[in-house]
Write a protein that binds this ligand. Structure first.
Ligand code: AMP
Length: 373
C-alpha cells in the first residue's frame, strides 16, 4: 500500500506552486482566477485597504518598506510577481535576495520613470515622440510652446490614466502647470499626430520562449481606456513585435510585457510600457486560446507558454464609475461580465465586459446600455 501511495507522488517538478503577487487589485484577481485551475495558489501583498483580489487568495497588508513582513512573504511563496508597477525598486531588490522575482526589477524600474523609459526606447531604436527633460519651472518657461504645436507635459513618475499630465499650449500656463503637477521632475513630449492608439502584449518565459498577442486597438475616454478590439495588420504587427522583442531580450524579461503605441500613418511610435498584464488584454480571457493572465502565470512558473491565437473577435468595454444593470447586460448573447466587486467611485474601474458581436445589433445594444448608466 505504501508503495502504491508512493507511485502517486508528484515528480521532481513541483506541482502546486505558491505565487506571491505585489498588489491586490483586479489584475491580481484575474491572475489568480487564471492560475487556480492549473492547481496553483496565490498570496497578495498590498499597502492598500481595498483588495478585490482577496476572493482569490490570502492578502498580506504591509508597507513596501516593511522588511520583516516582506521577508515573511518571500518565505511563503515560490516566486514573486507584480500586478502594478509602482513598487519601490528597493522592495523588489530586497525580495529578490530571498526569492525569484519576475519580471526583472531593473525592467520594472525602467517602466516607473518616463525619462528612463524614453532613454531605453531610444537605446533600442524604438521610435518615441521627441521630448525634453523638465527639472524646474525655469526649464518649463524656457520651453514655451512655439508654432509647431502644444506639448504634453507629464510627471516622470506615478502618472496613470491621464493623471499627472497637462497640455502646454501657451507660455502663460507654465507656472500653473508646474505647481498643479506638484513641482516634480517632468517630461515634455511633442503632441503626436496619431490616427489611433494600439498596444502590443507579449510574454516571455525563462527559456526565452516568446509569444505575442495580436495588436489591440484602444479607445480612451477622459484619459481612461474605454474600449479595445483586436487589430489585424501584419505590417504593424511586425513592427510592434520587434519593439517588444528588443525590450524582452534586453532585460532577460520573464512574464507579460505591454507596450502602448501610437499609429502614425503606418509607422508606430511607442508611448509607454507596462511590465505586467494590461487592461487592453482583458479580451484574451474569452477571446484567445490562452489569456494574458494564464500566460503570465505560465511564464513566471517556467512552464511552456500557451497559444495566443484569437478564437473570437471579442470587444472589451471597461465599466467605470458606476456598474450598469447586470441583468440587462447578461441578456445580450455572447457577453461576459467581469465585476471586480469594488466600491463605486468616480473614474474607478469597477469591471469590464467582453462581447462577441455575432449579430449586427449587439454592439449598439451594449453601447446603449453603457451610455445610459
Ligand atoms: P499616458 O499616460 O502616457 O498613457 O497618456 C494618456 C493618453 O494621453 C494616451 O493614451 C494618449 O491618448 C494621450 N497622449 C499621451 N502622450 C501623448 C503624446 N505625446 N501625443 C499625443 N497624445 C498623447
Amino acid at each position: 500500500r505504501a508503495n502504491q501511495q508512493r507511485a502517486f507522488q508528484p515528480g521532481p517538478a513541483q506541482r502546486f506552486m505558491k505565487i506571491g503577487v505585489l498588489g491586490a487589485g483586479q489584475l491580481g484577481r484575474m491572475l489568480a482566477l487564471s492560475g487556480i485551475p492549473l492547481g496553483h495558489e496565490f498570496i497578495f501583498y498590498t499597502d492598500r485597504k481595498d483588495s478585490c483580489a482577496a476572493v482569490a487568495g490570502e492578502v498580506v497588508h504591509g508597507e513596501f518598506d516593511d522588511k520583516v513582513k516582506l521577508a515573511a512573504f518571500a518565505g511563503w511563496v515560490d516566486v514573486v510577481t507584480l500586478e502594478f508597477e509602482n513598487i519601490p525598486l528597493s522592495t523588489l531588490e530586497y525580495l529578490a535576495q530571498h526569492v525569484t522575482v519576475y519580471p526583472n526589477p531593473v525592467a520594472v524600474a525602467a517602466a516607473q520613470d518616463r525619462l528612463d523609459e524614453k532613454r531605453l526606447f531610444d537605446e533600442l531604436g524604438i521610435p518615441v515622440a521627441s521630448y525634453h527633460v523638465i527639472d524646474s519651472l525655469q526649464d518649463l518657461k524656457a520651453l514655451a510652446p512655439q508654432q509647431d504645436g502644444p506639448y504634453i507635459i507629464k510627471t516622470r513618475r506615478l502618472g496613470y490614466d491621464g493623471k499627472g499630465q497637462a497640455v502646454f499650449s501657451d507660455a502663460s500656463q507654465a507656472s500653473d502647470i508646474w505647481f498643479n503637477l506638484g513641482e516634480v521632475p517632468l517630461i515634455a513630449e511633442e503632441k503626436v499626430p496619431f490616427s489611433r492608439e494600439l498596444s502590443i502584449i507579449a510574454v516571455r518565459n525563462p527559456q526565452g520562449e516568446i509569444r505575442y498577442y495580436p495588436l489591440c486597438e484602444n479607445r480612451h475616454q477622459d484619459g481612461i481606456l474605454a474600449h479595445t478590439r483586436v487589430c489585424r495588420d501584419s505590417a504593424l504587427q511586425q513592427q510592434a513585435e520587434s519593439f517588444a522583442k528588443r525590450v524582452l531580450e534586453k532585460f532577460d524579461y520573464v512574464g507579460v510585457l505591454t507596450i502602448e503605441l501610437f499609429d502614425c500613418d503606418g509607422k508606430l511610435v511607442a508611448n509607454e510600457m507596462a511590465p505586467r498584464v494590461h487592461n487592453s488584454g482583458h479580451w484574451s480571457i474569452e477571446g484567445a486560446s490562452t489569456s494574458q493572465f494564464e500566460n503570465h502565470v505560465r511564464a513566471v512558473l517556467d512552464l511552456p507558454l500557451g497559444e495566443t491565437a484569437v478564437l473570437h473577435d471579442f470587444h472589451m468595454y471597461n465599466l467605470i464609475t458606476k456598474m450598469p444593470d447586470s441583468t440587462a447586460l447578461l441578456s445580450i448573447p455572447n457577453l461576459h461580465l467581469h465585476d471586480y466587486n469594488k466600491t463605486p467611485a468616480f473614474r474607478r474601474k469597477l469591471g469590464h465586459l467582453t462581447v462577441y458581436p455575432a449579430t449586427g445589433d449587439t454592439i449598439s445594444r451594449v453601447e446603449a446600455l453603457l451610455t445610459t448608466t
